[in-house]
Design a protein around this ligand. Structure first.
Ligand code: SF4
Length: 474
C-alpha cells in the first residue's frame, strides 16, 4: 500500500493544465538534479480505489476461469515450502519461450522422475561421480557409459522444449541448494535471484509470490502487453526505462493478500484474453480500467483528475511522435517495440563424418559445442565458421584442416563431398550451413584432449542434445 500511495503521490504532484511541465522538471524524463522524473500520471494507477477494484475484478475472473495446470495444483496442495518452490521453479523454467500446452507433458514426466530438489541434485551428482575416471564408453565418446545414459535421459526429457542450457542450469542450481544451502530454497525473491544460478528477476518473483506469498510483482511478456494496454504505454516496451516503469507498476498493483494468484491472473489474462493479435476485450474482466480500450471507443484515454493529459510530444511513455496512434489497430497499438535489427548473415562449413558401426549401421561423429555462447553445450557435426567471401576451394581446404585436427588423420580437401546448403534462422543470425560428407573406412581414434565427441547411430543422434539446425543437416 505504501508503494501505491507513493505512486499516487508521484502522479498527483503535477499541476493541471496541459503541456507545461511542473516547475523544476523538464519533459525529457529527468529532473534538473539528474534523477529520473516520475512518469505522467495518465500512465500510472493513481487512484487507490481503482487499484482495489482492478484486483478484485481480476481475481474473481481468475478464480472462475483459470486453467487447470499441474504446477498450479502442486503449488496449491503441497504443504512443504521447499517442494512447492521447486515445483513452481521447474514450471517457470520450462515455460520460458515455450507454450503452456507443450510444457504440460514434459513437466509431468520431469516431476515424476525428479519430484524433489534432492532427487534432481542426486541425479546430477551421480553423473559427476560417474564421469570421473571411469572407463570410456564403447560408443567412442570421450565420456563413459553411465554419463551417456544419464545425459541421454535428461536430454530425452527435455528434447522438444529447446534451450537445453535451461535444464542444465536447473540441475546446477538444485545441486547448489542441496550442497550449499542445506536443501532449503531461499525464501525471498531477492535471495532467490542472488543465490541461484539461472534465476532472474521474473523467475525469482514468480517463485516467491506463488510459493511463499511474498507480495512482489512479476513482469513477463504477457504482463508487459496487458500493462501497456491498460495504461496506453506506447514507448519501446523493450527499453530499460519502460521495463523499469512496468516493474514499478506490477509491484504497486500486486494484491497483498493473494500475490501469487494475482500474478498468475495477470499472466493468464495476457495468455488467454489480452492476446497479441485479436484481444477479446468484450470478455475482459478489467476493461473498465483499460485506457487503450477507452481510447479505441472514445478517441482518448480517461482523464486523470487534476492532472493534464500527456498526449503531447516528449512524454517518455507515449508512442513516439513519428508513430502516432493508428485507429485501425485499436488496442493493439500497444505495446510497441523498436524495430528489430536485421539478422546478420553467417556461413558455416559442416561435415557429416560417417563410418560403419558394429552391426553395419551407419554412425556419425558429433562433437560438443563450448559451454557458453550460441547453442551452448549442444552437439553438432564438426563445423567451422567461414570468413566472408571465401572461395569454395578455400572453404574445403579450411574444413579439411579442421577435420584433420579432430581425427589426427590426414584429410584431403578433395575427399570432401559437397552435399548442399541448409539455411537456419536464429533470432539474430541468418545462418547458412555448407554441408559436406566424408565416409570413413576403419576406425578413427579421437584425441580425448579435444572437446567431447562421440559416434552415434541415427537414433542416438536424435536422442542427443542436437540443435534443430543439425537435424536439418542430417
Ligand atoms: Fe487487454 Fe482489451 Fe482487456 Fe484492455 S480491455 S486489458 S486491451 S483485453
Amino acid at each position: 500500500m505504501n508503494q501505491l500511495r507513493a505512486a499516487a503521490a508521484r502522479g498527483l504532484r503535477r499541476s493541471s493544465g496541459r503541456a507545461a511541465p511542473p516547475a523544476g522538471r523538464s519533459r525529457q524524463g529527468a529532473s534538473p538534479r539528474g534523477a529520473p522524473a516520475p512518469p505522467p500520471a495518465c500512465h500510472l494507477f493513481s487512484d487507490p480505489a481503482e487499484i482495489q477494484a482492478l484486483r478484485g475484478n481480476l481475481l474473481a475472473w481468475y478464480d472462475k476461469c483459470k486453467r487447470d495446470l499441474p504446477w498450479r495444483t502442486l503449488a496449491a496442495t503441497e504443504p512443504d515450502a521447499d517442494r512447492r518452490a521447486y515445483a513452481v521453479w521447474v514450471s517457470e523454467i520450462m515455460l520460458q519461450q515455450t507454450q503452456v500446452a507443450t510444457v504440460i507433458d514434459y513437466y509431468n514426466r520431469w516431476m515424476q522422475k525428479w519430484p524433489t530438489l534432492q532427487a534432481l541434485a542426486q541425479a546430477s551428482l551421480e553423473v559427476s561421480v560417474a564421469g570421473a575416471g571411469s572407463s570410456p564408453c564403447p560408443c567412442g565418446s570421450s565420456s563413459n557409459t553411465r554419463l551417456c545414459l544419464l545425459e541421454q535421459e535428461v536430454n530425452e526429457l527435455w528434447a522438444g522444449l529447446g534451450y537445453y542450457s535451461r535444464g542444465k542450469r536447473l540441475q546446477e542450481a538444485a545441486r547448489k541448494v542441496v550442497s550449499e544451502l542445506a536443501g532449503r530454497m531461499p525464501r525471498t525473491a531477492e535471495d532467490l535471484q542472488k543465490l541461484l544460478p539461472g534465476v532472474g528477476r521474473y523467475t525469482a518473483g514468480a517463485i516467491a509470490s506463488i510459493s511463499y506469498g511474498q507480495a512482489t510483482g512479476v513482469v513477463d511478456g504477457n504482463v508487459i502487453r496487458v500493462l501497456c494496454r491498460l495504461r496506453c504505454i506506447g514507448a519501446d516496451s523493450s527499453s530499460p526505462a519502460v521495463i523499469d516503469r512496468l516493474w514499478d507498476m506490477a509491484n504497486a498493483l500486486v494484491d497483498q493478500s493473494r500475490p501469487g494468484d494475482f500474478n498468475q491472473a495477470l499472466m493468464e489474462l495476457g495468455a488467454t484474453v489480452c492476446v497479441p493479435k485479436a484481444p477479446l476485450c468484450g470478455e475482459c474482466p478489467v476493461k473498465q480500467h483499460c485506457q487503450a480500450q477507452r481510447r479505441k471507443l472514445f478517441g482518448k484515454p480517461a482523464p486523470v483528475p487534476d492532472v493534464e493529459d500527456c498526449d503531447v510530444g516528449g512524454c517518455p511513455l507515449c508512442p513516439p511522435a513519428t508513430e502516432p496512434w493508428d485507429s485501425s489497430l485499436g488496442v493493439t497499438n500497444f505495446p510497441r517495440k523498436a524495430a528489430k535489427k536485421q539478422p546478420r548473415a553467417a556461413r558455416t562449413a559442416t561435415c557429416v563424418l560417417e563410418r560403419r558401426g558394429c552391426h553395419g549401421a551407419p554412425e556419425y561423429l558429433i562433437v560438443q559445442r563450448p559451454s557458453s555462447g550460441l547453442l551452448a553445450g549442444l552437439w553438432e557435426f564438426p563445423s567451422l565458421p567461414l570468413a566472408e567471401g571465401l572461395q569454395e576451394e578455400k572453404q574445403k581446404e579450411a574444413l579439411a584442416d579442421h577435420l584433420q585436427a579432430w581425427t589426427g588423420w590426414p584429410v584431403a580437401a578433395k575427399g570432401l563431398q559437397f552435399i548442399g546448403e541448409v539455411i537456419h534462422i536464429f533470432s539474430h543470425i541468418h545462418q547458412t550451413y555448407v554441408v559436406y560428407s566424408l565416409p570413413l573406412d576403419g576406425d578413427v581414434t579421437l584425441d580425448p584432449a579435444l572437446s567431447p565427441s562421440r559416434w552415434v547411430t541415427e537414433e542416438e543422434f536424435h536422442a542427443s542434445a542436437v540443435s534443430t539446425a543439425m537435424k536439418k543437416v542430417l
